[in-house]
Design a protein around this ligand. Sequence first.
Ligand code: F6P
Length: 341
Amino acid sequence: MRIGVLTAGGDCPGLNAVIRSVVHRAVTNFGDEVIGFEDGYSGLLDGRYRALDLNAVSGILARGGTILGSSRLERDRFRAACDNAKELIEKSGFDALIPIGGEGTLTAARMLTDAGVPVVGVPKTIDNDISATDRTFGFDTAVGVATEAMDRLKTTAESHQRVMVVEVMGRHAGWIALESGMAAGAHGICLPERPFDPADLVKMVEERFARGKKFAVVCVAEGAHPADGTMDYGKGAIDQFGHERFQGIGTALAHELERRLGKEAKPVILGHVQRGGVPTAYDRVLATRFGWHAVEAAHRGEFGHMTALRGTDVRMVPLAEAVTELKTVPEWRMAEAESVF
Ligand code: F6P
């Protein structure tokens, strides 16, 4: 079998572990040939690829990013390519395509499936917002980075009696904010799923200071919004990939808290630091398991499916299931976090 693999969308720690696993399983167990398309779907459309053998994937298990490069989807070009799917397959001659990516990549994978391309998807995103899988790799690493950052910020905040507003990633789903906020013992967590009132945060900080605690840490997801009428904060325009351009909620909220409290409040934007660097052991293992199962599924001819973690098992689920709804933080998970603020 000739298997094509590509990584698309925002990068994420663990991508290289999937590529390595696909190559090992395919080459060693099945005697397959593996090719890697460069820079996501654009490499597929342009016919830019290179052979991936065991040497090509040696030493990449713990490396962040993706050796294949990544890019966001050019939707119009992609649609046109789907209309000529046969030509697309013939150009590089693959028998199975394994795209590794988030919601956009998997939606595209589904379109390819509908066009007759033999696809097995592998989900990835640090946001952990793909409903068909209990976890995506990259999330554990991002939560670890954000947690460590907040642990560090606490000691300096305490020394200077400051409020730290830490902005983490998460457009529509606040999983990183929820779990890193809980792990670091943040005193307030703001999620995209639930508009917040800055007055509640002001009250929390004042109560802490009244109890003799001289600092506070608030963890806010980049996609969080204040409730209508509670604070000046505009909704951003939509970019070419259909994403809202955020206005910087971390900075806006820090300024608002400083103004209302009369205490120093500093914004800390963690940004892409959360996505870079070495994946955790958990993410390496999950990514390796996904790669293994994707190759097995390709050999069973289970196309139009993707790998998913269900409990502790890796299962194959229809791509259609993966892209119908986003997995957001349910209210009860927030209630658990709030009990320890
Ligand atoms: O989807 C993953 C993600 O890291 C989001 O958390 C974040 O909003 C976005 O990608 C950032 O995208 P980019 O790297 O294009 O700025």
